[in-house]
Design a protein around this ligand. Sequence first.
Ligand SMILES: [Zn+2]
Length: 501
Amino acid sequence: MKKNTLIAMLLIATLFNINAQDNLTVSQRLNLTIYGNMSLEDAETIKESHPNEIEILATSNDEAAVHISEEATHILHELRGTHGPGYLKASNAVEAIKQIRHTRTERKQQMNFTITEGESVSNALAVLSQSNIENQIIELQNYGTRYHTMPAAQMAAVDLKAKWEAMATTYNRDDISVRLVDHSNATDSTPMNSVIMTITGAELPDEFVIIGGHLDSTSGQLSNAPGGDDDASGISVITEATRALLEIGFVPKRTIEVMAYAAEEVGLWGSKDIANQYGSNNVNVVAVGQFDMSNFKSSPKDVYFINDSNAIDPTLTDFFKSLLDTYHGPSSNDAITYGTTACGYGCSDHRFWFENGYKTAFPFESSFQDFQNNNWIYHSTSDRMENVPGADASHSFKFAKLAVEYLIEVSKKSSSLSTPDFSKEGYELYVIDNSLKYESQSFSSPIKSLKIFDITGKRIYKEKELGNAGRISLSRFSKGVYVVSIVLENKKQLSKKVVLK
Ligand SMILES: [Zn+2]
C-alpha cells in the first residue's frame, strides 16, 4: 500500500515536470482541453496520425492517460466505433493517471452466489411482457434526444421516477421508494438527475443488489439522438424485470436498487458519482448488473458477456452464465446462447462500481466486433426500435429474463411474514374440475379484479368485481401452468401459480 502510494507520488511528480515544460509549448501550440484515459493502442494510433491532437501523459499495461483535443474525441470515435465515447474522461491529469493505475478499493466479500429460487423465477418469467418493453422503448425515443444537458433528458428522469412510483402504488408496496439523484455538485457536474428505485430487503436490508442502465443518449444538442437501443432498451429491460417481480408479489431478502444513470455518454458521470458515494460510505453492495444496449442482435449468439479484467468481476459474470445454463440451457425450450467479448476500456456504468471494489457483470447485445460491423443505428438519428432486426424487443426480452433471474437469485425470496401469501390473507385459490375456484374466509376485502396469465406472460383472462367466492371455467384453455393474479378491495395484490391438468 505504502509502496504504491510512493510510486504514485513519483509518477505525479514526474508528470508535473513534464507539464511544466509542456505548458509553454503544448498548451500554447495545441488546443488540448480534455483529460482522460484510453487504450494504449488507440492513443498511439492517434498520436501517429494526428500528433497535434494528443499528448500521452503516462501508460500502464495496455492503457494510456492522455490530454486530448475535442478533435481527438471525434477521431477516436471514427477509429473505434466502439460503445461509449472510446475514452474515460478525467477531471485533471492526476485523475487520468490514477484511473489507469487501477487503485481499486479492496473489499472482503463472502457472497456465495447460488441458484435456488426456481419457483419465483418461473412465476416472474410467466408475467414478463415483451410488449411492455417495446412500449417503454418507444416512450423514451419520443423525447427526441436525451443528451444530458437538454431539458428532455431531465424530463425523462422526472417521468421515469413517476413511472416507477406508479408501479409501487399499483402493486401496493410500501417497501419501495424512488428518488432523484442530483449531480450538480459532482466533480463532473450535469444538470441531469439519475433515478434510483429502492426495494428494501425484508431480512438483510443493508446488503444491496444493484441493476442499472443509462437514461441519457448522445450526441449533443444539434442532432436528434433517440437512443432506442442505447440505452432505452436497457432502461426498459430493468423496469420490466422489476415490474414482473412486483407482479408476483416477490419480497426480496436483500435490498434491490434499480438505477437509471445520468450522463453516461459523456464519460459515466452519473454512475461515477453514485458508485463513489456508495464506495466511500462502504455500502455493502453484493452485485452490480449493467444493462446497456440489448436490442440489436448482430452476432450468432444471444448474449455476450463483457470480460475486460479492468472493469468486470469474473465470479459474478460466471454466475450470470450459470443462470442462463440453468434456466435457458440448450435442451430448454427457451434456450438462450451466450459468448464473451472485450470492450477494451471500462465502457459503461459498471466501471466505477468496479473501481470501488464491487462485483460487476455486463451482458451485451452482441460481440464487439459484430457490433462495430453491423449496428448501423448506433449513436445516430436512426437509433429507433423500428430499425433493429425484427423491429421489436424480442432480443431485449431475453435480457429481461436474465435480469429477472439475477435479481431474484441474488436478492433471494424473503421468508418473512410480509410476503404476500394467499392462505395467510384468508384466501383460497385452486383448480378443480377444469375450473378455478376462489374463496375468501375473511369477507373483509372482496376481490376487485382477477387476471390469468399464460406461461409466456400473455394475459388470457380478466374479470372485475368478483366478490368473495366463485368459480371460473377454464375449459377453453389448454393444459399447462398459469399465473393467477388478484387485486383486493384494499388494493393488495396476490399472485399464485396454478396447474391446469
Ligand atoms: Zn450506452
